[in-house]
Design a protein around this ligand. Structure first.
Ligand code: PLP
Length: 418
């Protein structure tokens, strides 16, 4: 459930009309609903309560805007970060250091040091050598780095290949069959405090069965590590729960996930951790855009909007679907393709789809754009970096400015030897 709804024939976010935001901020613009973020954060927490007390670390990569992070910090969420930049955001938003988890397959030595100096709560190791380097950095500082070993359970998550992370051939984690020996070696590294294991098999999962298979393998590993004498206190079960991108999509709920987790992890006797991203932020945001032209096409018309693949990359990257709705729907429908102004055929949001009939100048939204939307934006074609707005009840704030071409050009220079 989200807080974008029709009121008197036009689309509102909570108690602010999208027409007002478009008039005052311009388009394209991302609009997030604080009430929806809070609701999702609570529904996820309540769903997982069946599995006992859990640590919740919001995966910042889904939507790292500081305003969004502050809402989630106030909901008691920690943060899963994959770069020093994300770590700085988490801390700037007020997320407690101890609740920050550093994931990521390519953490640099500098980033590991930054995490140690900040005193973050957990490092998720992606390879043995990383543990050795982290241990040395920690020992040099007279501390022990809290760490878990991320394992790759070799499970097909059944999601898009580009966001699958738990198959043997993916770059993430260590092969689960090699984990016991590796864990034993890491447990002897002086600067490391090996607490347990982590796994994350992919994103936008529409079925719990692959997650259950992965968790079951992790459970066997925990038992094996304990039998070998290791104290296992923590298991990080990652994120990945999918969201409905189409109105009619039916996905497992956080309560379904919680029930499965409770069943699979019964008797593990560890602190469980989750790293939800998309399920918190996805349906809490829309990309508000204006129709520039309705261009007659070879087959169907092209609706050319002022948002493009540089603002919302998911359709171009993953052929992803985003529902498209007029802000002031007339009730008429037509079949059209929807594209942005960027000079690539890939800059197409939908092909030959039945949508609300729109005309030049109309406003419309791409739904479910709160996760992996603005954070992936670029300035390709020297387009402005898209701004972001956060609505909370009847107020809103611009939480990220539009970064216009002038500012981008100002950061560049022509060498004086040219
Ligand atoms: N944790 C890790 C390690 C990830 O790589 C990701 C994203 O792929 C997430 C959590 C968040 O996934 P999602 O947004 O699908 O919940």
């Amino acid at each position: 459930m989200d807080h974008f709804h029709l009121r008197d024939g036009t689309l509102w976010c909570e108690d602010v009309s999208l027409e007002r935001i478009a008039a005052e901020v311009g388009t394209p613009v991302y609009v997030y609903s604080a009430a929806t973020l809070r609701r999702h954060a609570r529904v996820f927490r309540e769903g997982l309560a069946a599995a006992g007390p859990v640590h919740l670390a919001y995966a910042i990569k889904a939507n790292p805007n500081l305003g969004v992070l502050r809402v989630l910090a106030d909901e008691g969420y920690g943060a899963d970060v994959v770069s020093a930049g994300e770590m700085k955001r988490a801390l700037a938003a007020g997320i407690p250091t101890a609740e920050v988890v550093f994931s990521g397959v390519g953490k640099t030595e500098g980033e590991l040091a930054t995490g140690l100096d900040a005193g973050i709560g957990q490092f998720n190791l992606e390879l043995e050598e990383e543990g050795v380097v982290l241990g040395a950095l920690a020992a040099a500082r007279g501390v022990r780095a809290p760490a878990v070993l991320r394992v790759n359970p070799d499970v097909d998550a059944g999601t898009h290949a580009k966001i699958s992370t738990g198959k043997r051939e993916n770059k993430f984690g260590v092969p689960i069959d090699q984990a016991p020996a590796m864990f034993a070696r890491l447990a002897t590294v002086p600067g490391l405090e090996m607490r347990g294991v982590a796994c994350h098999i992919g994103s936008q999962l529409a079925d719990l069965a692959p997650l259950e298979a992965a968790y079951a393998r992790v459970g066997e590993l925990v038992a094996e590590l304990r039998a070998a004498g290791h104290a296992i206190s923590r298991v990080d079960l990652g994120g990945g729960l999918g969201v409905p991108y189409r109105r009619e999509d039916r996905l497992p709920s956080p309560a379904d996930l919680g029930a499965m987790v409770a069943r699979v992890t019964a008797g593990w006797d560890v602190e469980l951790m989750f790293e939800p991203g998309r399920v918190i932020a996805g349906n809490a945001g829309v990309l508000l855009t204006r129709v520039i032209w309705v261009k007659p096409g070879g087959t169907n018309p092209y609706v050319i909007v002022d948002a493009a693949m540089n603002d919302l990359a998911r359709p171009a990257l993953y052929d992803a679907w985003h529902d498209f709705e007029a802000v002031r729907p007339s009730g008429e429908r037509f079949v059209a393709s929807i594209a942005g102004p960027v000079c690539e055929t890939g800059d197409t949001f939908a092909r030959d789809r039945e949508i609300d009939a729109v005309a030049r100048g109309d406003l419309a939204v791409f739904r479910t754009a709160g996760a992996y939307g603005a954070t992936m934006a670029s300035t390709y074609n020297s387009r402005s970096l898209v701004p972001e707005v956060l609505v909370d009840g009847d107020r809103y704030a611009v939480v990220a400015d539009r970064v216009a071409a002038e500012a981008l050009i100002a950061a560049e220079r022509v060498p004086d030897w040219l």
